[in-house]
Every structure is written in structure tokens, then in C-alpha cells.
Design a protein around this ligand. Structure first.
Ligand code: NDP
Length: 412
């Protein structure tokens, strides 16, 4: 058993807490810490209400400002946590990682560290912050698993599995993220609007012909024929997993595609062109100073409020093309389909938080039983994908494959 400290109390943390509770026979005490302790208390109330704890055990809330690494070290020591699951905003990743290295406990997160002062991080991403701590993590024997949500995370494991077992010489790795669900509102973002819009206002980087290619958001679109959710238009988007997969498989093109409807693109384009996505304050004629993006956030639905009415499915896939071990052309798509309503009934969240929150718990369970407790810093494609995907099959995110033989569930 290893005790767990979950940092952050947003949509993803809600799922992490429920899943950790459902598996607390493997994970032990569960602590949840965030800037606002009341949000941790709310999550705990929801875990208790749904009876998610598998065995009787500790479930406790803490207030924590994770910007200061010393605060995090103190809380790790106070709680006796041996695994930290960081699902706070990515602005505080580095102080939390530093704290884990200092305290000698395992670390995992689901997003690349970002400097809040920058609109968009530039190459080499993981190399800017995380990988600079690689040696320190190895020296301390600390297991640090970077980007272990769904994307990044499970899609990296899909890429590794595809290359290990089907496409020995990969020529392209395309990650396709489709949310074919409906929240029933006129317009809403699925996550914090500030974070969500930020992701789409910067340069889109993809790895093609062994170099970085730069595009604008919504400049390059393609229709994909996806399992279960059918034909879907998706756009080239910058995303974390492109940065580690391109380092690990530099000869392959690595691209990330996210599905958007025309309505979302129209609203986004109008807001952006009017200047309403700006973080710079403006003064009204009455002398009132306002930040346009904050106003937009204030009038949009709270993303957490979407969950009860969310219907439909998500399909997130890794498509790898290249040659098999005999040099013959090969192609596989490895994917998961998740259902918004089922996620809500199980853990009180929509499907997107669900797909992001279950994988770090699976990773924590593999660290707890030793399978992934490698005592070093790793991106997900550098670890054995089979035990991870096998565990995800059991705890809510089943894997399927589509190849020349058709579509079918994958077990190991
Ligand atoms: P939310 O914005 O809903 O929650 C973030 C939480 O972080 C909040 O509880 C916030 O506290 C807390 N926080 C922020 N700053 C601090 C601080 N200084 N000290 C302590 N706590 C702090 O985010 P989500 O739950 O939607 O997402 C969480 C993470 O998961 C993000 O990094 C996101 O990028 C990532 N993600 C990854 C995905 C994947 O598949 N890989 C998919 C979706 C998300 P407060 O409530 O007080 O503001």
C-alpha cells in the first residue's frame, strides 16, 4: 500500500479522487490538497456520497499553496504520502516536482509545465523545465511519470504498443481527439475558459519531416473516419505528447488533431477577432478597468455544471503508419471510446475529465505494486504499456484496436 496526495481540486481531481478511493486497497490513505480547501471537502463529500471507498480508510482535505515548494514538502511529510498525483493547474508543476524529489516520493502529472507569463511555451517544451530535473530525479531514485492523463498519457502508451507489436518502423504518429458529445448549451468550453482558449491562441507546432512545422490554429483541418463516432473533422493543434513522442521517435511525423464543430470555431473566431480573449486590461468609457478574457469567463457556463446534461461519446485514438518488422506497409489505430453519461453516473464528472483522471490513478497503482516504480523520470511511451492498458481495461477505460482484421477490444 502507498499513501496518495492528490494536488488540485478541479474537474480532473474529482475523478482521480473517486478512482483512488475505489482502489484504496492498493493505494492506502488518500489526501486531497488545493488552494481552496472547500473544493477538496466537496470532492470528499461526493466520494462519500457515492460510496466510492473500497475499504475503510483515510480521506482528508488540506489547504495548500503549491507555488512554494517548501509548502508541498511539509504536506508530503505531514501526510506520509508516497505518491503525489499532481492535477493542479500546470503553472505549479515545477514546485511540486521539486518537492517530490526533495522528499523522495513518486510524482506524476498530466500536463507540461507552463509559465503563466507566456501565452504559449516554445520548443523544446519538456526540455524547458521537466527534463532539466531528470538527473536530480534519478539521483534521488524518484519515479516521476510525466503527462499521464489521456492525451498526453494513454495515447503515448498506444503509440508505444503500436510500435512494439505492429509497426516496427513508424513513419507517422497521428493522435486524434474527438468529443462527439453534446452539453446542450449554446456555447461552452469543457475546461476553464482561460486555459482552454490559451491552448488555441498560440502557434500550432507539429513534428514533420524531422523538423518543427508552425501553423495557426484551425489552419489545417482533416476529416477522419473514426470508430463508433464516425466521420469527424479535426484540426492540427499543438499538444504535449507531440513533444516527447518526437524526441523518442524522431524519424516519424508526429501530429495532434482535435475535433471542433463549425459553431465552436465561429464563436471562438469572433471572440478572438474582437479582442475578447485578451488577457490585457481595457478601460471602459466609465473608467472601469476590465480584463476581456475574465469577462468572457464570467458569462460562460461553469464547465463543472455541464456534467449532469452531457450526453454522447468521446473517441481518442493513436494512428500509427509505417512498416512492420518484415518491411511491409502497416497501419494500426489504437483507441478508447468513453461515454459522458456513464462517467457522470459513476463519478459525477463529464467524460473528458473522466478520461484524464482515470490514467494517473492506474499509474499510481502500478507504482504502488512496483511495476512502474522505475526510480527515474519517464514519459509514458518510455514505460511498458501492457500492464497500464490492462489495468485501464479493468478500471474504466478499455482499449480497442482497428487494423486490417477489423475493430476489436485489446487484452493482454
Ligand atoms: P481546474 O482548473 O478545474 O483545477 C485546477 C486546480 O488547481 C484547482 O483546484 C486550483 O485551485 C488548483 N490550483 C491552482 N493553483 C494552485 C496552487 N498554487 N496551489 C494549489 N492548488 C492550485 O483544472 P482541471 O481539473 O480541468 O485540470 C487539471 C490538470 O489536468 C491541468 O493541468 C490540465 O491541463 C490537465 N489535463 C490533462 C488532460 C490529459 O488528458 N492529459 C486532460 C484535461 C486536463 P483553485 O480551485 O483554488 O483555483
Amino acid at each position: 500500500k502507498r499513501n496518495v496526495l492528490i494536488i488540485g481540486a478541479g474537474g480532473v481531481a474529482q475523478v482521480v479522487a473517486h478512482k483512488a478511493a475505489q482502489n484504496n486497497d492498493v493505494l492506502g490513505d488518500i489526501h486531497i490538497a488545493s488552494r481552496t480547501a472547500a473544493k477538496c471537502e466537496q470532492i470528499i463529500a461526493s466520494v462519500r456520497e457515492k460510496g466510492s471507498l473500497k475499504v475503510d480508510g483515510v480521506l482528508k482535505a488540506h489547504a495548500l499553496d503549491a507555488r512554494d515548494s517548501a509548502n508541498v514538502v511539509a504536506l508530503i511529510r505531514e501526510t506520509g504520502a508516497q505518491i503525489v498525483i499532481n492535477v493542479a493547474q500546470a503553472f505549479v508543476n515545477m514546485p511540486i516536482l521539486d518537492a517530490c524529489i526533495e522528499a523522495g516520493v513518486a510524482y506524476m502529472d498530466t500536463a507540461i509545465h507552463e509559465d503563466p507569463a507566456k501565452i504559449c511555451e516554445t520548443p523544446p517544451w519538456y526540455g524547458n523545465y521537466e527534463w532539466k530535473r531528470r538527473e536530480a530525479a534519478a539521483k534521488a531514485g524518484v519515479t516521476a511519470i510525466l503527462g499521464v492523463g489521456f492525451d498526453p498519457g494513454v495515447v503515448n502508451a498506444y503509440a508505444k504498443l503500436a510500435i512494439d507489436d505492429y509497426v516496427a518502423e513508424p513513419e507517422s504518429i497521428d493522435i486524434i481527439d474527438i468529443n462527439a458529445g453534446s452539453h446542450g448549451r449554446w456555447f461552452s468550453t469543457n475546461f476553464d475558459p482561460e486555459i482552454n482558449f490559451r491552448e488555441f491562441t498560440g502557434t500550432v507546432y507539429s513534428w514533420q519531416n524531422q523538423k518543427w512545422q508552425e501553423n495557426k490554429m484551425f489552419e489545417v483541418g482533416q476529416t477522419w473516419d473514426m470508430p463508433v463516432v464516425g466521420e469527424q473533422k479535426a484540426y492540427l493543434t499543438g499538444h504535449d505528447e507531440v513533444h516527447s513522442l518526437s524526441a523518442n521517435y524522431p524519424k516519424a511525423d508526429v501530429r495532434f488533431w482535435m475535433g471542433f464543430g463549425d459553431h465552436y470555431i465561429n464563436v471562438f473566431t469572433v471572440l478572438k477577432n474582437l479582442g475578447l480573449l485578451s488577457e490585457k486590461p481595457v478601460k471602459t468609457a466609465e473608467g472601469l478597468e476590465v480584463v476581456p478574457l475574465k469577462v468572457v469567463k464570467a458569462v460562460l457556463p461553469d464547465p463543472a455544471s455541464l456534467a449532469p446534461d452531457y450526453t454522447g461519446k468521446t473517441c481518442i485514438a493513436t494512428l500509427v503508419k509505417g512498416k512492420d518488422k518484415d518491411g511491409k506497409p502497416a497501419e494500426v489505430m489504437i483507441y478508447n471510446v468513453a461515454d459522458h453519461k456513464e462517467a457522470y453516473l459513476e463519478v459525477g464528472s463529464q467524460g473528458i475529465s473522466y478520461t484524464a483522471g482515470v490514467p494517473p490513478v492506474a499509474a499510481a497503482m502500478l507504482v504502488a505494486d512496483g511495476t512502474w516504480d522505475v526510480g527515474a523520470m519517464k514519459n509514458v511511451e518510455e514505460l511498458d504499456p501492457k500492464p497500464f492498458l490492462n489495468l485501464l481495461n479493468k478500471i474504466g477505460l478499455p482499449t480497442s484496436i482497428r487494423d486490417a482484421k477489423g475493430e476489436r477490444p485489446l487484452t493482454f
